[in-house]
Design a protein around this ligand. Sequence first.
Ligand code: TYM
Length: 328
Amino acid sequence: MEKKTVFSGIQASGSLHLGNYLGAIRNWASMQYEYNNYFCVVDLHTITISQDPSTLRAKIREVAGLLFAAGINEENSVVYIQSEVKEHSELAWILNCITPLGWLHRMTQFKEKSETQKEEVSVGLFDYPVLQAADILLYDAHLVPVGEDQRQHVELCRDIAQRFNYRYGQVFLPPEAFIAPFGGRVMGLANPDKKMSKSEEKQEDSISLLDSPDQIRGKIKKATTDSLRDIRFNQERPGVNNLLTIYQLLTEKNQEEIENHFAGKSYKDLKEQLAEVVIESLRPLQERYNELTGEQGCLEEMLARGAERAGAQAERKIRQVQESMGLR
Ligand code: TYM
């Protein structure tokens, strides 16, 4: 049987954090053997919010390196940078011309992001989900593994694909979101009522995948808890619940085992033990990252091969799209 195709993307804004890892990248690495995979560093999405050029250049490389370090490999997956495959922008424009404005007005992530941006809000930020749809549809992806926050964007992509097919014939495959049952929404450490995010001003909220052991211990130590004492999974107690959830995701123990383990222990014990679990879980990833980026030119070569493989598929698909619409 032919393998199905997986596509997913990740931005190069800020540092990759534990939420990206547990909600997305770790699943990409473990799923990759069953599928044909495309994992893309979406730098064109990243610039929908203003970025400093030299920081952006470094972050694109860092994110790509972390994908390989997390276990995604060239045998099973194509890893590449979005702007190196020009068909992403080309298809986004075409899809812009068939997407009703009202569909984009409903996107909750735009509403949230534009609130913090105010007058700085760009047309690109508004159009972000259409570029995301182009990413996915270029590769005939069946499945899109993402965190919970991306469900609406993948549903929009399905709607755009169906609208296009209705007008021009069966060109696109409407994809489905794949959201892991656990880890789809890791919360901030200091503000556990908000998701862990990449933004630089919320550093105390997120553990970066490249944080040192001392940084990890410091951030977890300061994490918000509550005034109760018992250590239990309970959504009504977001701080403790989030720490336990991260512990669970990394140790793969069940909730009862974890509650028994922490019975009679203090929040200080929970935080100290969680910090050690996080440090040990990230250690192999950090070591691989240092090896890979320490070897001159190695990452660049891998990314060039990725762009070439992705480009071949993207070129085939854009031709099919153009032919269906009368552009060829
Ligand atoms: P980005 O870079 O914001 O997030 C990358 C992935 O990490 C997941 N994620 C989380 N999961 C759990 N808990 C969290 N706190 C958390 N924060 C982030 C996101 O859901 C995502 O899966 N729009 C995409 C990038 C993109 C894309 C695509 C994805 C562009 N084109 C095509 C899939 C297919 C994004 O927000 O990435």
